[in-house]
Design a protein around this ligand. Structure first.
Ligand SMILES: [Zn+2]
Length: 253
């Protein structure tokens, strides 16, 4: 059986990290459902040392950005948009990001873009956006979601993966937990888009991704897209209700 991600730290390291974190999430200070995050991922040579370990609650862990710069300078610093707006005493998040960009001496647009693409709820399947970045860089400037591939400037269903997406939704609807789904997929030796093991975070991201029911979110606006949907809207909404009833943060849609 593959190890769960949070189990990759030795007990001693976990205890040291917990002590340092005062037994709470190092982002939002919650004491619930604490997990351990590798700052530099194991597969990129990161070590299971206390310096490479952050204590995060399950909810924060689910949305941890891969970008280490963002992790340190944005994600761990502000547990919510509200906190960031308050901190800078500005009107909205864009002004706050502007202040943060000045503080970090980094270009505002670059920082804002980094932040937006790091947020799992922000789907960059905006057709024009994709075309633009494909033209510019020769590839789509976002992670193509499991279940799809990018062909001729459009998101197309990848049948084998789409079937798994559908299975994940159906299992979850029938009461199978995210943790159990992770185990089922990993023991069936089905890998993720990047060829990795599944983690709760991956399942949670799939269950909350509006893209699967034919919508995308861009800058807080939800728009109907014309790509093929894998999940119907009613199923998607039922799943969000279950996530919420279990104390998770659903996709507000
Ligand atoms: Zn947290």
């Amino acid at each position: 059986m593959p190890h769960m991600r949070q189990n990759n730290f030795p007990k001693l390291i976990k205890n040291l990290a917990l002590k340092r974190a005062d037994y709470r999430c190092e982002r939002c200070w919650s004491k619930r459902d604490l997990e351990f995050h590798h700052i530099s991922p194991l597969k990129l040579g990161g070590k299971s040392t206390v310096d490479n370990c952050i204590v995060l609650c399950h909810n924060c862990h689910n949305i941890t950005p891969k970008d280490r710069f963002l992790l340190k300078n944005y994600f761990l610093k502000f547990a919510s948009t509200k906190e960031m707006i308050n901190y800078y005493n500005v009107e909205d998040e864009y002004e706050a990001i502007k202040e943060l960009s000045k503080e970090l001496s980094i270009d505002y647009k670059k920082l804002r873009n980094k932040i937006e693409i790091s947020q799992p709820s922000h789907i960059y399947a905006v057709k024009q956006g994709m075309k633009h970045s494909v033209e510019k860089r020769g590839h789509a400037g976002f992670n193509i979601p499991y279940g799809y591939e990018y062909r001729n400037g459009e998101l197309k269903i990848k049948p084998k993966e789409a079937k798994i997406v559908n299975d994940i939704y159906q299992w979850y609807l029938s009461g199978v937990s995210m943790g159990k789904i992770v185990k089922m997929l990993n023991s069936a030796q089905i890998s993720t888009k990047k060829g990795c093991f599944w983690a709760k975070k991956t399942i949670s991201a799939i269950l909350k991704n509006l893209l699967y029911c034919g919508y995308f979110r861009h800058e807080e606006k939800i728009t109907k897209s014309n790509h093929e949907q894998i999940i119907d809207l009613a199923t998607f909404r039922k799943v969000q209700k279950i996530i919420e009833s279990q104390g998770g943060k659903p996709s507000n849609f």
